[in-house]
Design a binder for this molecule. Structure first.
Ligand SMILES: [Zn+2]
Ligand SMILES: [Zn+2]
Length: 121
C-alpha cells in the first residue's frame, strides 16, 4: 500500500500547491514529472478516492476539475478563458433560511459564471 499512499500524496501536494483547479488530465501531466510510470486511470482513481474521503474538492462543470483547497469558498467560472477563480469573501444569502428545502442543509455551493476581468480588457 506504500506505493498507493505516495502516489496519492504527490497528487495531493500538487493540488494543494496550485490555484488552477486542474482537470484529471492536467493532474496526470504534472504527476508524470515525478512519477513517469503513473497511468491516467491511476490518477483518476486517486482523485476519486481523495474526493470521496473529502481530502480534495471535485468541481463538476463542463469538465471535472479538482481543488486541493477544501476550505469553504465559492468559485467564479470564466465563460471565455475557462479559468476558475476562488472567492473567499463571505457571501450572504439573506433569505436562504426561508427556502423550502427537504432537509437540513449543511453547506451550500455557490458558483458565479461570467467573463473575468483579464478577459474583459
Ligand atoms: Zn477569463
Ligand atoms: Zn477553489
Amino acid at each position: 500500500m506504500q506505493r498507493t499512499t505516495s502516489q496519492r500524496e504527490i497528487i495531493k501536494d500538487y493540488l494543494k500547491s496550485t490555484k488552477s483547479h486542474p482537470t484529471a488530465e492536467m493532474v496526470f501531466r504534472n504527476t508524470r514529472k515525478t512519477l513517469p510510470r503513473i497511468s491516467l486511470s491511476t490518477v483518476y482513481r486517486n482523485l476519486k478516492d481523495m474526493a470521496d474521503d473529502g481530502d480534495i474538492l471535485e468541481i463538476a462543470d463542463k469538465t471535472v476539475r479538482y481543488d486541493g483547497d477544501i476550505s469553504h469558498h465559492a468559485h467564479f467560472f470564466c465563460d471565455k478563458c475557462g479559468k476558475v477563480y476562488d472567492i473567499y469573501e463571505k457571501i450572504h444569502h439573506r433569505n436562504h433560511r426561508n427556502h423550502r428545502i427537504p432537509g437540513k442543509a449543511e453547506r451550500m455551493e455557490i458558483r458565479f459564471y461570467g467573463i473575468c476581468n483579464s478577459c474583459k480588457k
